[in-house]
Design a protein. Structure first.
Length: 135
């Protein structure tokens, strides 16, 4: 149960074993072995990995706790709705952002472009929603 919850949170939040290794000193192979059910970890090691997940992706420990408590929430639909809104209202959203928020957004985009990971889920827009697509 802990292993599956840890793996899901790590995957959903796109935190790599290498990032956890660099922050904790736990070997990447040991982290991978734990996730793939080839090794166990001590409570202290799991706690260290969870604290690192939280530092790298705030909210990760809460997600882990919800999974363990059986209160898993599928946020896929929520994320798709936010993305759809942002695609349809890009100018309005960006104009309403502070300089700092724009800077954070641009840094996140630059980071994503430097090390592309798997393709994110595509958000389908209905034909009536494609008005901003030609920009």
């Amino acid at each position: 149960m802990f292993r599956k919850a840890f793996k899901k949170v790590k995957t959903v939040r796109r935190v790599t074993a290498k990032a956890i290794h660099l922050a904790t000193g736990i070997s990447q192979s040991h982290i991978s072995d734990y996730i793939n059910d080839n090794a166990d970890v001590t409570t202290e090691t799991l706690e260290s990995m969870l604290k690192t997940l939280e530092k790298l992706s705030p909210g990760a420990q809460q997600d882990f706790g919800k999974l363990i408590a059986g209160k898993e929430q599928d946020r896929t639909q929520d994320v798709a709705e936010v993305i759809r809104f942002l695609l349809l209202h890009t100018d309005e959203v960006i104009t309403s952002m502070t300089d700092k928020e724009v800077s954070v957004l641009l840094l996140a985009i630059a980071k994503r472009m430097q090390s592309p990971k798997k393709e994110p889920a595509k958000v389908k827009l209905s034909k009536t929603e494609n008005t901003n697509e030609s920009r």
